[in-house]
Design a protein around this ligand. Structure first.
Ligand SMILES: [Zn+2]
Length: 313
């Protein structure tokens, strides 16, 4: 049955009507307003969803459930439990009551990386595998683990989610989470400008002329022969590769899926990661498969559709 699927990212909210088996009937994007209340953000989504339903001639009675992916840690009762809340008041917001009052429907809430992993597992690069690790490389680093066909959650729902805040350098810089040398402080878009500007080669590098440095700039300058760009990309590749080997050792998956905009450079990145895993993981070379995500834009929506359609089954 069709469900209302919503993926609340840090900058954009994607949402749509998605039918069984990941069939996208209609999707839209809105600018997110993380400074506004969760209720306000969802109000905007509601208005647009009502229009989509009209356009597609789908009645509310035909909708089975609502699924929402959020950039936070979520418990099994649809509550945001993280101490880092990207949407104002999301940890105090009652998603169950909201869904009942506005739609009269059951709801499932899940962490965005976990939803993306479910999307890839059911409809993308993870089809046919039941033990998968996912890394989303972007502004931060999101991770999730599927173990024997089930999301790995742990006692406090953090399980598998904090790969971006697992330290890979105990002498490293402080992270925005308060820890030090986290994977995100060593290799993520938010850390990139700082990594570049602190380097001795910075003043002679073309990177010093770029405002709001992102990986796309780094890739371009690597291709233009900039020495610092190459050093930084090698540093980030090694940081991500280290995290992947750590993930293999802690969760023993059969497949690692890499997602995020940075994967536009996948022809260089995937072989690098494969080589590191083959060299360092305690398994025969080639045992662990490493693939790029297939459903980069809609994995979260597709995953939350699957979870919403699995409610009460
Ligand atoms: Zn951290």
């Amino acid at each position: 049955m069709p469900v209302i699927a919503i993926d609340m990212g840090g900058t954009k909210i994607k949402f749509g009507i998605i039918d069984d088996a990941g069939k996208i009937l209609s999707v839209l994007k809105l600018e997110a307003s993380p400074g506004e209340t969760t209720e306000k953000n969802l109000e905007k989504v509601n208005e647009s969803v009502n229009k989509l339903l009209l356009e597609k001639d789908i009645s509310r009675e035909q909708i089975k459930a609502i699924g929402i992916a959020v950039p936070s840690i979520v418990d099994d009762n649809n509550h945001v439990v993280t101490r880092y809340v990207k949407y104002k008041d999301a940890d105090e917001f009652d998603f169950n009551i909201w869904a009942k009052q506005h739609w009269g429907l059951p709801i499932v809430l899940e962490n965005d990386a976990r939803a993306a992993l479910i999307g890839e597992w059911q409809y993308g690069a993870g089809k046919g595998y039941n033990d998968i690790g996912l890394l989303t490389l972007g502004t931060g680093v999101g991770t999730a683990i599927l173990s024997q066909g089930k999301l790995y959650k742990g006692k406090h729902f953090l399980g598998g989610s904090l790969g971006g805040h697992t330290s890979i350098n105990f002498d490293g810089d402080p992270c925005n989470c308060g820890f030090f040398g986290c994977l995100e402080t060593e290799a993520s878009t938010w850390a990139l400008a700082g990594l570049a500007s602190r380097h001795l080669l910075y003043s002679n590098s073309t990177l010093s002329k770029i405002e709001k440095l992102e990986f796309i700039h780094l890739f371009n300058e690597v291709d233009n022969g900039d020495e610092l760009a190459r050093i930084l990309l090698d540093h980030c590749l090694k940081a991500w590769g280290t995290a992947i080997v750590n993930m293999v050792h802690s969760h023993d998956p059969e497949l690692i899926i890499i997602s995020g905009g940075i994967m536009k450079r996948q022809t260089e990145m995937l072989p690098f990661f494969q080589k590191m895993v083959d060299q360092y993981a305690w398994l025969p070379a080639g045992t662990i498969k490493i693939k790029a995500a297939l459903e980069v834009d809609y994995a979260g929506l597709l995953g939350i559709e699957y979870l919403a359609n699995s409610l009460n089954k």
